[in-house]
Design a protein around this ligand. Structure first.
Ligand SMILES: [Zn+2]
Length: 414
């Protein structure tokens, strides 16, 4: 199995290289904005997507010769990204793409074609097209060929390269999992992850730093526009955001490593964070900044794969919160505000998140068995063994459509 892996390293370009990198960011931003404006004008005049009528990079370069001085692939990748963003908008998957600002984080992506991107681990040089060998500082090394590199400059003026490689994962995935080594988690806005037996609190790095951030934001807006004091205040604000971001990433790395070490299988809900933001304006801020669900799932995904373990994503339309874990009835009246509820069918009392974790686990176990992965039940004391065997013979993982009565008795036997 092949796994995408990214190595992020800090770059130390010379003054000339930094100037050329800045120019590349500028040209990429220029072509992105020009192409976006072209597409918007076309849409205004014709009421549909521009399709193949758009100008090519070559045509843009004829009109604006300065574009020829930078890495051509960076411009090509900007067009590819814009096309994708545009498609996603027209198919309803994303919002309309935005113009890129000079003030935000700057970046460009280049692809390794005929080894024009090289990394020399011995001399610690990353060679980029047109820019040449750029010094970096990092101890890690890898054998694989570089596929692509995203070069970025933070608001605080530091340069980074995120190097993407495809690594062959030689670890065979486990064919059988111990059931007690499988955990299921529901994600909630209060806690980060809630399992049947454990929960991981979200430290809310951004929320707790909010007073400080508000103060720094205010300082920026009080300074005169275009003044060097305003720039200084902006850098200080950006550095604070960076620091909080590092603490959050660090926490996510630790928790994903712990989870991957302790479990053979992890089941989580494939949550649509974008739609959650839309529904829940009030918590949108902590969702976007503190939640970082996507980043966490990516980390956990490769850490599990490296260990030959399994991660199962449950379809977000599966009614995990609304399904009673005791009897299987679906409670359609449950709202987001209900943290505790009593099942109208069987009277069981539930903590919303714990109940969801249990139903997610059942659904995940069903998917695992569908994939042909064996789940080994924990060995039980002798007197209990009989009832377990009986249940296993009927159906390894009770399905809801079966007889409700039978299921509830078999669960009580546990
Ligand atoms: Zn029930």
């Amino acid at each position: 199995m092949e796994i995408d892996r990214a190595f992020k390293i800090r770059l130390y370009p010379t003054a000339d290289q930094a100037a050329l990198l800045a120019k590349t960011f500028g040209c990429k931003r220029f072509i992105w904005n020009a192409m976006l404006a072209e597409r918007m004008a076309w849409y205004r005049d014709h009421g549909k997507s521009i399709g193949n009528q758009r100008k090519t990079e070559k045509e843009w370069k004829i009109s604006f010769p300065f574009l020829k001085t930078v890495d051509a692939i960076a411009l090509q990748q900007a067009r590819i990204d814009l096309d994708r963003a545009y498609d996603n908008f027209f198919t309803g998957r994303a919002r309309f793409p935005l113009f890129k600002s000079r003030k935000g984080k700057q970046s460009y992506r280049t692809i390794n074609v005929n080894d024009n991107v090289k990394i020399d681990f011995h001399r610690r040089h990353l060679t980029l097209p047109k820019v040449g060998p750029v010094a970096y500082r990092d101890d890690r090394a890898f054998m694989e060929r570089v596929r692509s590199v995203t070069v970025s400059r933070t608001k605080t003026g530091r340069f980074f390269a995120s190097i993407l490689v495809k690594q062959e994962c030689k670890v065979e995935p486990l064919a059988a999992l111990q059931e007690d080594k499988i955990a299921a988690f529901d994600m909630s806005s209060r806690n980060f992850l809630v399992g049947e037996h454990s929960r991981y609190e979200n430290p809310r790095f951004y929320r707790s730093a909010e007073p400080r951030l508000v103060r720094l934001h205010r300082r920026v807006s009080r300074k005169l526009k275009g003044s060097s004091n305003r720039d200084k205040a902006r850098v200080r604000l950006a550095r604070t955001y960076e620091k909080i971001g590092h603490r959050r990433t660090d926490w996510l790395q630790k928790i994903s490593t712990t989870l991957a070490n302790e479990h053979e299988g992890i089941i989580i809900e494939d949550l649509n964070v974008a739609s959650m933001k839309r529904w829940n304006g009030g918590i949108a801020k902590s969702v976007t900044l503190d939640f970082s669900w996507g980043a966490f799932v990516r980390m956990l995904g490769y850490k599990m794969a490296w260990r030959g373990k399994h991660i199962v994503m449950i379809n977000r339309f599966y009614p995990s919160s609304k399904t009673c874990s005791a009897c299987g009835a679906v409670n359609r009246t449950l709202t987001l505000a209900d943290r505790h509820w009593t099942c109208p069918s069987c009277g069981a009392m539930h903590d919303r998140d714990v109940n969801a974790a249990i139903t997610i686990k059942r659904e995940g176990l069903r998917i695992l068995s569908e994939k042909g992965i064996k789940v080994i039940k924990p060995t039980l004391p002798l007197e209990r063994r009989e009832s377990t065997l009986l249940e296993t013979r009927q159906d390894q993982f009770p399905r809801w459509h079966g007889s409700m009565k039978e299921e509830s008795t078999s669960f009580r036997a546990w």
